[in-house]
Design a protein around this ligand. Structure first.
Ligand code: XBP
Ligand code: MG
Length: 244
């Protein structure tokens, strides 16, 4: 069965955005006069809670800060993050732009399934491939479209309905265990490219774990227990094509 659509996560998968999110959270806390500073170690733990507003709420509960307005803080954080995001601030991860362009040229459908806010998708493309590239995506579903964020599969259910395709016709690209769990709840074939904040996540349910999408042959290092024949053929075809 040939692949008919690629579905991309955003944060950590398209680009290493999470440290910029962390800085935006810290700036929002500072502006609000809240004496929280999220270090990288703390943020790595907090990333287990998906969604920025939910992450703020979780930390407020954990630290007993009952009077925190998580929605207002998150709005400020989103504005700050989008202010930070401009050309040259960061790049797409290796091979991502090539994969998207080739998939489009090859007639594959493209989709985005993410927990992040819609404004963050627009600003990332604005700073990298250009906002016009978003027109290539047949489905873009963000944290604002769902009641339950990853690891709940809701965002992938919406994307599959938009694409009108069964899971086996698609390939998901993810960087986190929460994202992988969401995709695998629907049996979606999934490639994981671990990111700086997810290196210690558990990825044994992935069909393929590679460092980046343009070096698929790192699989021996990242998945020592797998044989090439364990990788679904459609996935192998796609990744081999990416190499030439
Ligand atoms: C990653 C997340 C997001 C971002 C922040 O989502 O958990 O919450 O950290 O975005 P994904 P918001 O990898 O699925 O894109 O503050 O807008 O929620
Ligand atoms: Mg991610």
């Amino acid at each position: 069965m040939p692949v008919r659509a690629l579905i991309f996560d955003v944060d950590g998968t398209l680009a290493e955005t999470e440290d910029l999110h962390r800085l935006a959270f810290n700036r929002a806390f500072e502006i609000a006069g809240i004496d929280w500073v999220w270090s990288r170690d703390l943020y790595a733990r907090l990333l287990r809670v998906t969604g920025g507003r939910e992450r703020i709420r979780f930390y407020a509960d954990e630290t007993g800060a009952a009077d925190i307005d998580s929605a207002a803080l998150h709005r400020t954080k989103t504005e700050i993050y989008n202010g930070f995001m401009s050309p040259g601030v960061l790049e797409l991860r290796p091979g991502i732009e090539r994969l998207i362009r080739r998939a489009r040229d090859g007639g594959l459908k493209l989709a985005i399934a993410t927990t992040t806010s819609r404004a963050n998708i627009d600003s990332l493309f604005g700073a990298t491939m250009g906002k016009g590239a978003l027109d290539w995506f047949a489905s873009i579903r963000s944290g604002e479209d769902v009641r339950n964020k990853k690891p709940d599969p809701e965002v992938f259910e919406l994307v599959l309905a938009d694409l009108d395709l069964p899971p086996e016709d698609c390939i998901v690209f993810e960087d986190s265990e929460n994202g992988l769990r969401a995709a695998k709840a629907l049996s979606l074939p999934t490639v994981v490219t671990p990111s700086i904040y997810t290196w210690d996540n558990q990825f044994s349910a992935a069909d393929l774990v590679v460092r980046t999408v343009d070096e698929p042959f790192s699989m021996r290092e990242l998945m020592p227990e797998k044989e090439l024949s364990d990788i679904p053929e459609s996935l192998r075809d796609l990744l081999f094509a990416q190499m030439v």
